[in-house]
Every structure is written in C-alpha cells, then in structure tokens.
Design a protein around this ligand. Structure first.
Ligand code: NOJ
Length: 932
C-alpha cells in the first residue's frame, strides 16, 4: 500500500478508535470490569464461612530431599452441589484425592509451602501451571537441608526455620504455623487457622456439565473447568498490612474489605488491566500485580508471598469477621483466592521490617541498578510531534535554565504504530535527532508495545507469523485483538526462544534509526486488548506448552519487560545498563527496570494517591517507580502542576507526561514566576542526585526501597503506621506533600526519636509531634533528620551527565550528641564495572567536632577500580552551636574558614547555616576535618 493510502487507512482506524475509546471513558460506570460477584471463583470462595469446608488432614509426614513432605487428605465431602459451586459435583473423585505438600526452609528466615495435585492419581492430562523465571536461580543455594523433625504434641510436626523461629505442620485439621521458638511459641504467621483452605482439583468433565463462563459479550470456554485455590493467612502481632500492589488507594495500609464495620466492599484484586481513567481510591486491579503482603505492628513484622500469576483476590478481614463476639486483637486475618495454578507460597519471619524486605528480595531479586541519567528528570508527552518539536522542547529547557535528561516519544513517532519503525515524514532523521540530544548528554526513549500490527508488509508481523511466535486463541489460530494499530497479535513471551528473538530486535542493526543513547518504554503490556474481555486477552488464549492465558496473565507484562530489558543488554554487549519503563508488573519486575503508575488524572486526589501507591510498590520490591507529574488526563490548574513538580521531584522515577488532548505544559509555559517554582523543584532533584544514586545502590544490594514509609525507619512509632501523606527518601529526608488547592498550612508529623531540620530554613523541629506549619508556594515541607549527612551537587547544568565532574556539597545535620553519619556511592553511572568493584563507597562520620571520610568498599569487592577527581566544595553544618570559626583538614593541615551560608539552592536565600567553603578534599580519598 502506498504511503498516502496507508496514512489514510491509519487515520480511519484512528477514528474508529476514538469512537471506541470514547465509549470506554466512563468504563467504571458501565461495569467494564468484573466485580467479585461476577467472578465465579471469587464469589464461590467468598461465600464460604470459616470452618464450613470439609477439612484436610495431614498424612505420611517425612523428610525427603531435606524438606518436609506430606499428603493432604480431604475429609469426605458434605458439600452440596449448587449453581454457584459446580466444583462440588458429586460422583467425582476430585474432592477425595489427596494433595502433595512440601515445606522447605531457606536461609535468613524463609519458609516455602508448595501444594499441588498428585500426578499419579490425576484423571486428566492437564498439569497445573507453575510459573517459572520469577524466583532467583540463587534461591536453591540458600535452601537449608532439614535433617530432623520433632513432634509437637500428638498431632503436629515441628522443624527448625531460623534462629529463634520454627515451623509447625498441624495434622488435623491441616494448618501451618510459623512461630517464635521457645517462650510459649508465639505465632508470627499461620495458614488455614480458620479452615478456609480449598483446592478445586482438575477432573474430567461430565456430559451434562457446562464449564463456560460469560462476562458481557465474552465467553470463556474454560476447557479445564474449576481449578481455584483459596486459604486464610493470619499475621499475628500485626496492627496493619501493606503491599499487594497495584491499587489506587489513598490509605497507606490496606483497609479491611470484609467484616464488622465494613460496608459491602470488593476484595483487593490482582489482575493486570488497562484501566482507563482509574479511580483514585479503589481495591480494583490496575496495571500490575505483586502478590506480596507484609504486616507490621508493635509486636511483629512479617511477610507472605504467593507465587501465582492467575487472577487473585484478597480480602483483609476486619477484627471480629469470624466471631463478632470475640474480635481478634493484635492480629490481621486475610483471605487469598486465585483462579488457577498451585500453592507456591513463602512466609517471611522478619523480625524487623527491613528483614522482611531483604527476605522477599532474596526470593525475587532486588532493583536493577539504573544508569545515573535515568534517576534524573524525564520529559514526556503523547506526543512530541516531530523533529522540530523535539528540537524546540529541548531548546526550551536550555533557554529557561532547566535541566532534563530524557526526552520521550510516544506511539505516534512510529509508522502507523508499527513499533521499531519511524514515521519518516515526522521523523526523517531519527539518528541525527538522537545524536543532537546525546551531544548535550541527553537521552531519548521510544515506546515499544507488545501488540504487533497485523500487516503483511510489516517485517515483524511477517516473521512472528512465519515462526509461529504469537499467542494462540482458543481455536489454535494466532490471537487477533484490537489495539493502537488496529488488528494486532501478541508475541508469546512465556517462550524463552521468542524472548530471545524479541531481544534481538533492539540491536542497532535491526532497530533502524536507533542509536546507543535510545532506551525503551513498554506500555500496554497487561496486555491491553481493546476488544477483549475487561480490555485484555481472553483467559482461554493459549501460550507455549498449552498454558492457558488465565494461568499466567499477571506475568505477561513481566516477561515482556524482561525480554526488552535483555534486548538492551545484548545491544550494549552486556556493558550498558538497560533502561526500560514498564506499565504492567509482577513480582520480580524490579530486576528489569522502572515502572510508573499509569494513566492518572490531573486532579488533587491523584496527586495524593501517588504517595501510598509508590510506597506500596516500593515495599513490594519496586523501588524505581513514579507517577506522571501533572496527571496524564486533563489540564492541571497551575498550582496543582507546581505542587506536583514539588512532590514528583522526590519520586524515585521523576517524569512529566500528558495525554494528547491536554494543553502543552512544558514547565516554562505558565509565566516566569511559575517557571521559577518548577525550575527550583527540578533543581532540587538534580542537587540530590548523589543521594538518590546512593539509595539506588542500597536498593540494588538489599531490596530496601528508595522511597520509604515512615514506619520502615521508625518501626515502634505507632503514629507513623498509617501515614500515607509523608514519606522518607532513604533514611534521612522526610517529605510531606501539599494535596489541596490554596493550602496555607499543613499538619506534619515528624517521627519520634529524632529531631528534624527544615531543608530550607534550617530550623530544628522536635520529633514525635505533629507540627502545624505555614506553607508557602515555593516549596513543600521537607526535612533532614538530625544525625544524618546528605551528599549533594549544587551546580546547575543541562543534564545529569554534565554534572559528573562537579564538586560535592555535604549537608550535615547534627543530632543531640553533635554526631551524624551518611554515605556516598559513586560509579561510572552506566556500565556493569561496579560488579567487579569499580566504585567508590564512602561513609562520612561526624563525631567529637570532627568529620571523617572512610572507605567502606569491601576489600573483596573486585579488581576493577573507579576513580574520580571530584572534590568536596562545601560542607554545611546544621545544629552546631555557634562559635566555630575554623576547620583544619588532614592530611595537609590546611585551614579553612567557617562562615554563615545559605542552606538551599534558592538564589538570594538568606544565610542560616555554618558553611565550610572549599575544604579542597577529594571525595575518593580518606581525610578528616576538625572544627576549631
Ligand atoms: C497508555 C499509557 O498509559 C500512556 O502513558 C500513553 O501515553 C498511551 N498509552 C499512548 O501510548
């Protein structure tokens, strides 16, 4: 088809689309998405009362291969067959077959429970799906070989779990308990304490049975029938539970969804969906699913992870849900339901919050270390129209003295939404365009979605078709669904061969018009299918090995992200850290890059909800996340936009983005005063880049997130447990958003056990108190914790890459003992040389009026070295009693004056802190500085 023809066809498709999409605009109101009641497995499971099911008992407990193995034997079924519960059909042996159970223990306080059907008695050839590729391969090396089982009373078996913890398998009825060893065996976590365990076993279909399910106009053929699993999990000693992202909820903790005091409400749904204009406060599933929940309270912190990528629904049960007369205190009960798969679950014993995060990270991995540029500011819009537009936006940043690092191109840059191609009318010289940006140290990101346009003249489609690489529909044909390019098919990312093929597409040779400074955005990878049930792929679509889409739905986007990230890794011969932003996520996505919270709206509620969303993502391993600054849909009022920049500057992933229907909103379009405010917010982020990069290193090593709920650092301060308005960046910086228009004051709780210095005024505030603070338009409340040292770079450049050789500023906030500590991590910002030791890691310690810089890079870090000539140009001291005049630097015995200087980057800001200028020490060296 000629160019013109193709363009007009595209225009037509786009028109059809607009109409289609307009009909989706109020999707929620029109029940586009299923509620629990409309989801038979959820309705069935939720309808059961505690202890109403035939129970399972444990038999044949033994040690095999260093793990506990046993059979779960169901009691004879008394369950009635009802329309709602076809699984109870009698005459079938499914409910009398025993299940196989295995309990394994991993170093560091982790118990794994696996329950599956017994293949030797299976009546069908179908095997339940076990999701590969998520658990770290190194997990096997961490398994502890159990050599002894003890009996725990007449009908329970106990075994060693970790120092101070043991696991217990109760026999009749079946129950798993993780408890503290000795001292009365205080429980930490338990499963099936309320007898809600149920496992619908696969069985042969009877002639008169119909397993189909219908939702709106869609029919799900369900060829393998009911196969859901459900059970209760109790978190003992807990006041709140958190995690299981992704949901849009304004509360940090997960609110109860059932029980006394809870109005009719939905469970938290984990089902990756392209939810158009998602609500700001709802338990419905959106783009990502991480089935990891953690609990916290004054007495205990623990975690639970269920490795299962089928649709999941989770109830948080209010105290008294089981017995209103005896509400449970100091325990949170939860109820987990899934449509398919197996039980492969992990219990994390803590005991501290960071222990739980490390335990989870040892199972699913830590955040991939990003390139330094990716931690800086990103400018996106659907769409930057053409090369002139790109050049003008790029120049606009320079003219207005605003740094940025990455310019993004959305779907319209490609020729008819054929990703990996360019619309050559709009982008005739993509390589040159990228090179121009690269010359200023900037990067570009283009979008590559999983839907491939079904166009025989499109090489990608031809190849995928010929090789049989597409997901199949229930009839065995290539699945054909509707997405941005119109009729589309989706590569089967479960298949490693197809992922390899996909990865090759990112080579500079295959991705024509790409250059090494181009990185990738994976969108719509839930996957989004506009004409599919709930805007996604039908559950009976087929993947490699006859795996039904229902069994791996929540991991499709994960695999797509993985394949893309590996593509960039290959492109750079394993030397260039990939940057791939993904919308859909699953447990482990942190290993492949960054994510964002999708299509938010330009309103104050969405600004507010961004904080608990990012915090819960971080708790579930996804450190590198952020929300679209300004809101994707709609036109933000200017004060909202400014507040969003001020808050977004602290998100781990900092990007502005907007829908094509919105007015342009580059930060200089709203008058000089507002430009100055947004510039200052972005400058704040750039000055803090060394601190952020150091925190990303911590996240990459330990799994502790960059952006943290207050309770993670102050676990015994109850006031912090449900605070979703404020957060910590690392352990040293506290930020509180301003979430209302014309807000003149804010009530800011500062955690107890520390004092806090206002980042702008230098004024010290007590912790353990809610402070009513006046709020001005120029900043949001932010504080440095006393006792910490934050490294900054305060010279403004065009992009982070141009700051590489700039000198550092250290901001020292002293505690009551006039002491403080902080860290700085530096590497080349882009390669993997750090794995072989090519990095600098310093700890700064201030005590006894002396600041010392020590090397904390372990001696066995590797043979490669990294060096830098960067110096420290300024040291700012907060909380030092006045009178200090001089500092002496060693080695060299060099004296330098101490003066009063400003604390912030604001031009013309007043001097409020003691400042040591030009101590002239190299950041890589050992040195000390004594205050006289
Ligand atoms: C949906 C994404 O969430 C949004 O960010 C993007 O701009 C559009 N798709 C178009 O690609």
């Amino acid at each position: 088809m000629g160019r013109l023809n193709r363009r007009s066809t595209d225009a037509l498709i786009f028109l059809i689309f607009l109409v289609f999409f307009a009909s989706l605009t109020s999707a929620w109101k029109k029940d586009e998405f299923r509620s629990c009641r409309q989801t038979p497995f959820c309705k069935r499971a939720r309808g059961r009362a505690p202890n109403s099911l035939p129970s399972f008992s444990v038999a044949d407990v033994s040690l095999s291969d260093g793990a506990v193995s046993a059979r779960l034997v169901p009691a004879p079924t008394l369950r009635q067959v009802t329309d709602d519960d076809p699984s109870a059909a009698d005459g079938d042996d499914a409910s009398s077959r025993s299940l196989l159970l295995r309990l394994s223990v991993y170093r560091g306080g982790i118990l794994r429970l696996e329950i599956d059907e017994d293949p030797s008695s299976a009546p069908t050839t179908k095997r339940r799906f076990r999701l590969p590729d998520v658990l770290l391969p190194s997990l096997d090396d961490r398994r502890l070989w159990l050599s002894r089982l003890s009996s725990d009373g007449p009908s329970a078996t106990s075994f060693f779990l970790a120092d101070g913890f043991e696991g217990v398998l109760r026999h009749d009825p079946f129950e798993i308990v993780v408890r503290r060893a000795g001292s009365g065996g205080v429980p930490v976590l338990s499963l099936n304490s309320h007898g809600l365990f149920d496992f619908e076993q696969l069985r042969a279909k009877k002639d008169d049975e119909n397993w189909e399910e219908n939702f709106r106009s869609h029919t799900d053929s369900r060829p393998h029938g009911p196969q859901s699993i459900s059970f209760d999990v109790s978190f003992h000693g807990a006041d709140f539970v958190y995690g299981i992202p992704e949901h849009a909820s304004t509360s940090l903790s997960l609110r109860p969804t059932r029980g006394p005091g809870v109005d009719e409400s939905e469970p938290y749904r984990l089902f990756n969906l392209d939810v158009f204009e998602y609500l700001h406060d709802s338990p419905f599933g959106i783009y990502g699913s991480i089935p990891f929940m953690l609990s916290h309270g004054t007495r205990s912190t623990s975690g639970f992870f269920w490795l299962n990528a089928a649709e999941m629904q989770i109830d948080v049960l209010a105290p008294g849900w089981d017995d209103p007369a005896a509400p449970n205190a100091g325990r949170v009960d939860t109820f987990w339901m899934t449509e398919a798969g197996v039980v492969d679950a992990f219990f994390f014993v803590g005991p501290g919050p960071k222990d739980v995060l490390r335990q989870y990270a040892s199972v699913t991995g830590t955040q991939a270390m990003p390139q330094e540029f990716a931690v800086a500011y990103h400018q996106c819009r659907w769409n930057y129209r053409d090369e002139e537009d790109v050049a003008a936006v790029d120049a606009g940043f320079d003219e207005h003295d605003i740094p940025y690092d990455v310019l993004w191109l959305d779907i319209d840059h490609a020729d008819g939404k054929r990703y990996f191609t360019w619309d050559r009318v709009l982008f005739p010289n993509p390589e040159e365009m990228q090179k121009k940006l690269a010359a200023k140290g900037r990067h570009m990101v283009t979008i590559v979605d999983p839907h491939i346009k079904r166009d025989d003249s499109f090489y990608l489609h031809k190849e995928a078709t010929e090789k049989g690489y597409y997901v199949k529909d229930a009839s065995g044909k290539d699945f054909d669904g509707w997405c941005w390019p119109g009729s589309s098919s989706y590569p089967d990312m479960l298949n490693p061969e197809i992922r390899e093929w996909w990865a090759e597409k990112f080579s500079l040779k295959e991705y024509v018009g790409s250059t090494p400074s181009l990185y990738i955005w994976n969108d719509m990878n839930e996957p989004s299918v506009f004409n599919g049930p709930e805007v996604t792929m039908p559950r009976d679509a087929i993947h490699m090995g006859d795996v039904e889409h229902r069994e791996l739905h929540n991991a499709y986007g994960y695999y797509f992200h993985m394949a893309t990230s590996n593509g960039l890794l290959k492109r750079g011969n394993g030397k260039d850290r990939p940057f791939v932003l993904s919308r859909a996520i699953f447990a482990g996505s942190q290993r492949y890059g960054a994510i964002w919270t999708g299509d938010n709206s330009a309103d104050w509620d969405h600004l507010r909800v961004s904080v608990p969303m990012i915090l819960n993502l971080g708790l579930a391993g996804m450190s590198f996340s952020g929300a679209d600054v300004g809101g994707f849909f709609g036109n933000p009022e200017i004060d909202l936009l400014v507040r969003w920049y001020q808050l977004g500057a602290y998100y781990p992933f900092f990007r502005a983005h907007a829908h094509h229907d919105t007015r342009r909103r580059e930060p200089w379009l709203f008058g000089e005063q507002n430009t100055a405010l947004m510039r200052e917010a972005i400058h704040t982020r750039y000055s803090l880049l060394p601190y952020y990069y150091t925190l990303f290193r911590e996240a990459a090593v330990t799994g502790i997130p960059v952006m943290r709920p207050l309770w993670l650092e102050f676990p015994s301060d109850k006031e912090t447990y449900d605070n979703g308005e404020a957060f910590l960046v690392g352990s040293s910086l506290l930020v509180h958003g301003i979430y209302e228009k014309d807000q003149k004051s804010a009530s800011v709780y500062l955690p107890s056990g520390a004092s806090w210095f206002n980042l702008r005024s230098g004024v010290k505030f007590d912790g353990g108190v809610s402070h009513k603070l006046a709020v001005s338009e120029d900043s949001i409340p932010s504080f440095q914790r006393a006792g910490t040292i934050i490294p900054r770079k305060d010279r403004f450049r065009r992009s982070s890459t141009q700051m590489v050789n700039d000198p550092y500023t250290l901001v020292i906030a002293l505690n009551g003992s006039l002491a403080a500590e902080g860290e700085l991590y530096i590497d080349d910002g882009k390669s993997y040389d750090f794995v072989q030791g090519a990095y600098i890691h310093r700890r700064f310690i201030f005590a006894d009026r002396k600041l010392t810089s020590i090397d904390i890079r372990p001696s066995n870090a590797g043979d490669k070295k990294f060096s830098t000539d960067c110096t420290v140009e300024r040291i700012i001291l907060l909380g030092l009693p006045s009178g200090a005049k001089k500092a002496v630097v060693e080695p060299g015995n060099h004296e330098t004056n101490i003066e009063l200087g400003p604390l912030t980057l604001r031009r013309g800001s007043t001097p409020v802190a003691l400042t040591i200028r030009k101590p002239n020490v190299r950041v890589a060296d050992d040195w000390s500085l004594r205050i006289l």
